[in-house]
Design a binder for this molecule. Structure first.
Ligand code: NA7
Length: 538
C-alpha cells in the first residue's frame, strides 16, 4: 500500500459538519497544515451515510448550517423546513467547493489507529491505506451516531433475501415495490423511513421493541416572508441559538405544568403540537424533565393523539409508550407515522404483546414463535452512540492506554472535549458534552471555535501539549452524572443511557448543562480565560 508518512500540524478524523469546519478554521485562521481523513468518498459524514428513504434533518434548516459563512447564509435557499438528506449533502458539497476544503482531505481512507509518542509529543496516525503520519494535534470529528448497531440476531447469515442497516443504505436506494419488507426498530430513523417504505412495499411489517412518543414534524415550504425576516436578522438568530438551552430559538415555558389550569395547559400543548418539530419536547413546561406528574401530563396528551389517529384500538395500544417518561428518549419527528399503521399493507409486531424477535430464518424473522416471511429486512436499530466511534479509532494515549481501558465504566472526559492521558486530543462533540442534546451545528461550532482558540494560544505561549488533569476529569464526570440524576432521563432504556447495546456499561453519554448550551459555552470560555483551568500545559 502506498500511504504517506508526512508530518502535519493537525490530523482531523472525519469530513462531516465538524471536520469540515475544523479544517477551515485551523487552515484559514491559524495557517496550519492539516490533513483530514474520511472513510466515505466525499464530505458529509452522517449525511453521506444515512441515505435511507425519508432521511431528513429534524432541526429547522435555517439553523442547521454553518453560521461562519455569512454570505452563504444569505445566498443559500433551502427548499423545505427540514431538508432531505440529498439536499444537505448538496449544501455540504457546495461549502467544500466554495472554501476549497477537499484539497486537504483524503477520502476512502479510514483511520485504524493512533498513538501518542511521549518522546516527541506527537500523535502517530495510521490508516487502512497505509498512511503513517505524525501530527501535533489529533482532532476527532467522527460524529456521535456513526458506529452502526446491528444487533446479533441468530441466523442472520442464513436469510435468503436482502438486508441492510439504515445508515448503510446502498446508493440509489432499494426498490421496495411489490416486496414483503420488515423494518426492525421504531426510533427516529424508523419513524422517518416507515411511512416512505409503506408507500412502496406490498407488505410492511414493523418490529417494535419499545413504542416511542412521536410528535409531528410539520415539514413543508417556509413562508418567504419568514425566510426574508430570518435572513435580515441572522446575527440575532445566531446570538439567540448560541445562548439558548438546546441550540434552537426557543426556551421552556417558565411555569410548572402542574400549576396552570387544564384549559391553559391544553392551549399550550395544542400550540406546540401545531408548531411541530422539537417545540413540544424542548420548549415545554420547565418541570417536564424533572417531575413525573408534570411529565405525565405531556405524555398523556401524546397518548390521546395516538389513540385518535390510529383506527384499530389494538394497534393503537401497541403504539402507546409505556414504562418510561416522555422526552427521555430521543424525540422522533413524525410525518404520517401513526397514520401509516391504518394502511392495510402495514402490520405492527410488538415485542411485549406479540413476542420478541427470536431469530432470523432463511425466509424471514421468527418472533413470538411465529415466522414472518420477507424479501427485504431493514434494520433501523441505531448506533453505538458517542463512545462507539471513538473507541473504534483504536487510540493509545500515554503508556499505550486505550479508551476501552479508560472507559470500562462509561466515558471519562473533561468538558467532553478532552481525555486525561491523551494529550493534544480533542473530541469534537464528544461524550459528556451537550452534542446530541442540542442542535448539532451549534455545538460543533462552539467546540471548533474553542479548539482553534486553544491551539492559537498554545502556539503563542510556546506550549506543545495540553492535557486534562485526572482531577478535573473526575470532577467533570461526577458533575455530568449528578446533573442527570436530578432528571427523569436515567429511568429510560435509551441510547443516551447506553442501554441500546448489549453489554455497554450503563452511563449517560451526553451532558445536560443546567444552563443549556449557552451555559456550557460560558463554562468552556471561563476555563480558557483562567489559563485552561483543569488542564496541564507543557
Ligand atoms: P435508535 O433511536 O437507537 O432506535 C433504534 C431502534 O431499534 C429502537 O426502536 C430500538 O428499540 C430498536 N432496536 C435496537 N436493538 C434492537 C434489538 N436487538 N431488537 C429489536 N429492536 C431493537 O436509532 P435511530 O437510528 O432511530 O436514531 C438514532 C439517531 O439518529 C436519532 O436519535 C437522531 O439523532 C438521528 P429500543 O427503543 O432500544 O427498545
Amino acid at each position: 500500500m502506498a500511504g504517506t508518512n508526512k508530518t502535519f500540524d493537525a490530523v482531523v478524523i472525519g469530513a462531516g459538519f465538524s471536520g469540515m469546519h475544523m479544517l477551515k478554521s485551523l487552515r484559514d485562521k491559524l495557517g496550519l497544515n492539516v490533513r483530514v481523513y474520511e472513510s466515505g468518498d466525499t464530505v458529509g459524514g452522517t449525511w453521506y451515510w444515512n441515505r435511507y428513504p425519508g432521511a431528513r434533518c429534524d432541526s429547522d434548516a435555517y439553523i442547521y448550517c454553518f453560521t461562519w459563512d455569512k454570505q452563504l447564509l444569505q445566498d443559500w435557499n433551502w427548499t423545505e423546513r427540514y431538508p432531505e438528506q440529498p439536499e444537505i449533502l448538496r449544501y455540504l458539497e457546495h461549502v467544500a467547493e466554495r472554501h476549497d476544503l477537499k484539497r486537504n482531505m483524503q477520502f476512502n481512507t479510514r483511520v485504524i489507529g493512533a498513538e501518542f509518542d511521549e518522546t516527541t509529543d506527537m500523535w502517530r496516525v495510521h490508516t487502512d491505506k497505509g498512511d503513517d503520519v505524525t501530527a501535533r494535534y489529533l482532532i476527532t470529528a467522527v460524529g456521535s451516531l456513526s458506529t452502526t448497531n446491528i444487533p446479533h440476531f441468530e441466523g442472520l447469515e442464513t436469510f435468503q433475501g436482502k438486508w441492510c442497516h439504515t445508515s448503510r443504505f446502498p446508493r440509489g436506494g432499494i426498490d421496495f415495490t411489490g416486496k414483503r419488507v420488515a423494518v426492525v426498530g421504531t426510533g427516529a430513523t424508523a419513524v422517518q423511513a416507515i411511512p416512505e417504505i409503506a408507500q412502496q412495499a406490498k407488505q410492511l411489517t414493523v418490529f417494535q421493541r419499545t413504542a416511542n412518543y412521536c410528535v409531528p414534524a410539520r415539514n413543508g415550504k417556509v413562508d418567504p416572508e419568514v425566510v426574508r425576516a430570518r435572513k435580515a436578522d441572522y446575527d440575532g438568530v445566531i446570538d439567540r441559538i448560541r445562548k439558548s438551552f438546546f441550540g434552537f430559538e426557543y426556551g421552556f415555558i417558565e411555569k410548572s405544568a402542574l400549576e396552570v389550569t387544564t384549559e391553559e395547559r391544553e392551549r399550550e400543548f395544542d400550540r406546540m403540537w401545531d408548531a411541530g418539530g422539537f417545540a413540544f419536547w424542548l420548549a415545554n413546561y420547565q418541570d417536564m424533565f424533572f417531575i413525573q406528574e408534570a411529565n405525565d401530563l405531556c405524555a398523556d396528551y401524546i397518548k390521546r393523539k395516538i389513540r385518535k389517529t390510529v383506527k384499530d384500538p389494538v394497534v393503537a395500544e401497541k403504539l402507546i409508550p409505556k414504562g418510561y417518561a416522555y422526552g427521555t428518549k430521543r424525540q422522533p419527528l413524525d410525518t404520517n407515522y401513526y397514520e401509516t399503521f391504518n394502511k392495510d399493507n402495514v402490520l405492527l409486531v410488538d415485542a411485549t404483546i406479540d413476542g420478541p424477535i427470536e431469530r432470523i430464518s432463511g425466509r424471514g424473522i421468527q418472533a413470538g414463535g411465529k415466522e414472518y416471511e420477507f424479501d427485504i429486512i431493514v434494520f433501523a436499530t441505531g448506533f453505538d452512540a458517542m463512545t462507539g466511534p471513538l473507541k473504534a479509532l483504536n487510540l493509545k494515549g500515554r503508556g499505550g492506554r486505550t479508551l476501552d481501558e479508560q472507559w470500562v465504566h462509561g466515558p471519562q472526559t473533561y468538558l467532553g472535549i478532552s481525555v486525561a492521558g491523551f494529550p493534544n486530543l480533542f473530541t469534537l462533540t464528544g461524550p459528556q458534552s451537550p452534542s446530541v442534546l442540542s442542535n448539532m451545528p451549534v455545538s460543533i461550532e462552539q467546540h471548533v471555535e474553542w479548539v482553534t482558540d486553544c491551539i492559537a494560544k498554545m502556539r503563542e505561549a510556546g506550549k506543545t501539549t495540553i492535557e486534562a488533569t485526572g482531577e478535573a476529569q473526575e470532577k467533570w464526570v461526577a458533575h455530568v452524572n449528578e446533573v442527570v440524576s436530578g432528571t427523569l432521563m436515567p429511568g429510560a432504556n435509551s441510547w443516551y443511557m447506553s442501554a441500546n447495546i448489549a453489554g455497554k456499561p450503563r452511563a449517560f453519554l451526553p451532558y445536560l448543562c443546567p444552563e443549556g448550551v449557552g451555559g456550557y459555552r460560558r463554562k468552556c470560555d471561563e476555563v480558557a480565560a483562567n489559563g485552561y483551568e483543569g488542564f496541564a500545559l507543557a
